[in-house]
Write a new protein. Structure first.
Length: 442
């Protein structure tokens, strides 16, 4: 059974109960008043006459109550019947359109519940005005109906905005490879829809409050001191308005979007949700960081997918001076060409730094996304270390030392040309690796 069919039943039941209760209460009040007034004139000194008078009074009260019930129930019952028929017509139309057009069926699901609830309430307004209710009672009942109709209207607007948001998000999925445009549209849609829903709810609450005369008087009195009150309210609600304005800025300028890869407070993560006052960032280890919207306006941060998801990844290796750069370059190309993580754009080997003991080799590769770039960097680093340890072990970092006797430090360079070096087994000419040295006898 559709949701708004249940709403129709509930609305009709509530309206009937309220109408009957009001009618009975008013009828009894009107009928009892004359009966009570005439009770003092009953002949209490004659028991038989008193008993007959009581029976006559009871019959008269029932007749008066029935007469007043007819005056109230006819217009109210007519309104409820017409409203129920209208709701049934809406339900029948929805069922007829559901099997023909999916788009019309979605529209029916959106407007059905509020319309089915508002139709009987709307018809109760002229029905109550046609009853001989006291003016004060009629005003109170009409105010209740006005509040209920306003709530139905606000409910309809909120459901329409939510349905529009779902339709836009459904037509622009982000679970595709090239989702830059879809993420831009989804970000704008989510932020603007939440701002719009908040404005609609505030408008509805204002309309409901303005139905009370006391609130109207307070509002009129506040106009005289609007400047001071606006200043105080602005200071008190600065975080709220700040996040609201920041949300509009993010929706228009889009420094971040849904599924963007960002670095926030030193944490790598993806933008999982953009609310009306905060952003949820999913950290790589499944933690969630909740950041106010104003933070992204007031602080610098890294966005790795601002224009595109393509990214360059680097792997740094510290190697010995004897490392074969040409062989390393060939091995990197072989590793990249065999991996689906590589997007085929960049595969570069460069010596980026030297020190007194080693050289720094940068392996630069490219990938389609930050996740692929991280995995590719780790893979290149692992494969390259395995290649060097297996094929070129002398390329790994080493520490060299040249040991001399104290009396040789003052000898001329030519005389020390034939001096012996302390070497470890396997050391080549002109160098000596660190080897254990026996303590001197001196």
């Amino acid at each position: 059974m559709p949701a708004f069919a249940v709403a129709v039943a509930v609305a009709v039941a509530v309206a009937v109960a309220v109408a009957v209760a009001v009618a009975v209460a008013v009828a009894v009040a009107v009928a009892v008043a004359p009966a009570s007034a005439g009770a003092g004139r009953s002949p209490a000194e004659h028991p038989r006459l008193h008993s007959a008078y009581e029976r006559l009074t009871s019959q008269r009260e029932c007749a008066v109550i029935w007469q007043h019930l007819q005056q109230y129930l006819w217009p109210i019952g007519t309104a409820l019947v017409v409203g129920g028929l209208g709701a049934w017509a809406v339900l029948a139309l929805y069922r007829r359109l559901r099997g023909r057009d999916r788009r019309r069926a979605r529209i029916g699901r959106v407007i059905g519940p509020p319309l089915a609830l508002a139709l009987p309430l709307l018809l109760l307004v002229p029905a109550l005005q046609a009853t001989p209710l006291p003016e004060h009672t009629l005003d109170q009942l009409l105010r209740v109906l006005h509040i209920a109709l306003t709530a139905c209207f606000i409910w309809l607007l909120v459901r329409a905005v939510a349905a529009g948001e779902r339709a836009i998000l459904r037509s622009h999925p982000i679970d595709v490879s090239d989702n830059l445009e879809a993420r831009r549209i989804q970000t704008q849609t989510r932020v603007l829809s939440r701002v719009l829903m908040g404005g609609i709810i505030v408008l509805g609450a204002s309309l409901v409050l303005l139905t009370f005369p006391m609130v109207q008087k307070i509002g009129t009195a506040l106009l005289a001191s609007a400047g001071l009150i606006g200043l105080v309210a602005g200071i008190a609600a600065k975080p709220v308005f700040g996040n609201l304005i920041a949300g509009l800025q993010i929706a228009v300028t889009q420094p971040i979007r849904l599924d963007d890869v960002v670095i926030v407070e030193g944490e790598w993560g993806r933008v999982e949700e953009i609310g009306s006052s905060y952003v949820v960032v999913r950290i790589w280890d499944e933690r969630r960081m909740v950041v106010p919207l104003t933070w992204f306006i007031e602080h610098p941060f890294q966005n790795w997918t601002r224009r595109s998801a393509d990214l360059l990844g680097t792997a740094f290796l510290w190697l010995d001076y004897r490392a074969p750069i040409a062989a390393i370059r060939s091995e990197l190309e072989r590793i990249c060409h065999g991996q689906p993580l590589w997007d085929g754009r960049v595969c570069v080997t460069q010596v980026t730094e030297t020190s007194e003991r080693a050289i720094q080799v940068r392996l630069l590769v490219s990938a389609r996304s930050s996740g692929d770039a991280f995995d590719l960097r780790c893979l290149v680093r692992e494969r390259m270390l395995d290649f060097l340890a297996r094929e070129h072990p002398q390329s790994l970092p080493q520490v060299r030392a040249r040991l001399q006797r104290d009396d040789e430090l003052d000898m001329p360079r030519m005389r020390r040309a034939g001096s012996a070096d302390v070497r470890s087994p396997g050391a080549e000419d002109g160098e000596a690796a660190i080897a254990p040295v026996e303590p001197s006898d001196r």
